[in-house]
Design a protein around this ligand. Structure first.
Ligand code: PLP
Length: 456
């Protein structure tokens, strides 16, 4: 059982009243006494009352090398001593240049141009802006529409949020609906029972082609897609879908933007899932999170040589991509990213993920027989356990409340979860061992069973 909140914890919770948290209900700021997380080590976090928990969501899909890595702390401190900041407009700093070269070497195909950003949303926004810029440079001012998907999440800047397909969250936010078009959720579990996986794949690919044809290929700038839709509940599109969408984009001269903010840097056992898991070399690719394992904020957009060559070929006058951030290529963030990549190499972390992922999947699939479990989706070290209390009458709010209760029980027993609508999503630090996976699944099972007993 969890230890009771101390006065110190209550003091922090009172101060937290002034912290408007992401996604917080503004009519009741501070009403919720949040867990106060004070420390992290490996796959664990410890709250301010001394309760040690498995970090099920890995921070927010980001603490890939695990908490408390001294090497990153040292690299950050050393860089701060040497140089904390200098303008990326007028000069460059060693870690940023070294990191750019190293990343270009790891990236798929000809994605050799690394545009550093402050996180995932700004990487996505920059990719979309580059798509507009590209078409302007090529003399195609009408080719500006973007296609995205229901269930996708691409970030919280205006354009990135407009491309997100989590409808409830967009309701009051005045999105860019003129240029952004959503096609249906590619979740194969939503198909009718009579439909095969091959047929649903054909249908989902056709959704993209139909939308391109409806808008007109000369009007569509880009298709943006996460290989696995993370915040949509870990939605894994049918086999072959991602590759076929890429082929369609090539056919219709539409840029393919891979949003790998979650899947890059090891989540699926490779630095980049697009090429190594799905066989696709995108035109642009966005990353953040695992780039620094969340130690400090940083994102990176990768742009292909082909796009740069097209712009150059289109005209001789100079073409400035007038976009960038004060903290583009921040030396301290770049130093953290380099130390992070060193850990990947030294600890053979990608191989480790490929070794433990089958165990993660097998153990989670054992939950499939529980009465409230509707679907279990696992890819690499990311998973969504979807629950439904009454399949005859699905009710998102009731199922979400059920998962909030599961989360509370799991926290009492040493596991932090992340409920997303009716799914509990998991993306633990990549260092997790098979024994720790067993512990995680055991606590989750107990949480599901206990919450179920309380409900009926
Ligand atoms: N793209 C994807 C696929 C994401 O999951 C996220 C965040 O979860 C983002 C973009 C936005 O990244 P950030 O929160 O770093 O801005």
């Amino acid at each position: 059982m969890a230890k009771k909140p101390t006065d110190e914890t209550k003091g922090i919770q009172a101060k937290d009243r002034y912290f408007l948290h992401p996604w917080e209900d503004v009519t009741s700021i501070g009403a919720e006494a949040r867990t106060v997380i004070a420390k992290g080590d490996g796959i664990h976090i410890t709250d301010s009352d001394g309760n040690r928990l498995i970090d099920g969501p890995g921070g927010m899909w980001c603490v890939n090398v695990g908490h408390g890595r001294e090497e990153i702390v040292e690299a950050v401190a050393a860089q701060m001593r040497d140089l904390t900041y200098f303008s990326p407009w007028s000069a460059t700093a060693p870690p940023a240049a070294i990191l750019a070269e190293r990343l270009a070497g790891l990236a798929p195909g000809d994605l050799n141009n690394v545009f550093f950003t402050t996180g995932g949303s700004t990487a996505v926004d920059s990719a979309l802006r580059f798509a507009f810029f590209y078409n302007n440079c090529l003399g195609r001012p009408d080719k500006k529409h973007i296609i995205s998907r229901v269930g996708a999440y691409h970030g919280s800047t205006h354009l990135a949020a407009s491309c997100s397909g989590k409808m409830l969250e967009k309701a009051n936010m005045d999105m860019d609906e003129d240029r952004v078009h959503l096609i249906p959720n590619p979740n194969p579990a939503l198909r009718p029972a009579s439909m095969s996986l091959e047929d649903i794949c054909d249908q989902k690919v056709a959704d993209l082609e139909n939308k391109i044809l409806e808008l007109g290929p000369d009007k569509v700038a880009a298709f943006i897609a996460e290989p696995v839709l993370a915040s949509g509940g870990v939605i894994i599109p049918p086999e072959g879908y991602y590759r076929r969408c890429h082929e369609l984009c090539r056919k219709h001269d539409v840029l393919f933007i891979a949003d790998e903010v979650v899947t890059a840097f090891g989540r699926l056992g490779h630095y980049f899932a697009s090429r190594d898991v799905f066989g696709v070399e995108p035109d642009m690719l966005t990353t953040a999170k695992g780039l620094t394992s969340g130690y400090v904020p940083m994102g990176a957009l990768f742009i292909s040589d082909r796009l740069m060559a097209d712009i150059k070929a289109a005209g001789n006058e100079p073409k400035g991509f007038f976009s960038g951030f004060t903290y583009s290529g921040h030396p301290v963030a770049a130093a953290a990213a380099l130390a992070n990549l060193d850990i990947f190499e030294r600890d053979a972390l990608l191989e480790h993920v490929r070794n433990v992922a089958p165990h993660f999947e097998k153990r989670l699939q054992e939950l499939a027989d529980l009465p409230m479990v509707r679907d279990i989706r696992v890819k690499g070290l990311m998973a969504g356990v979807e629950c439904c209390l009454n399949p005859e009458e699905p009710d998102d709010e009731r199922d979400m409340n059920f998962l909030l209760e599961v989360d509370e029980i799991c926290q009492d027993n040493g596991l932090l979860l992340r409920p997303v609508y009716s799914s509990a999503v998991l993306s633990p630090p990549l260092t997790i061992t098979t024994t720790q996976i067993d512990a995680l699944v055991g606590i989750l099972k107990q949480g599901l069973e206990t919450a179920w007993e309380r409900r009926i």
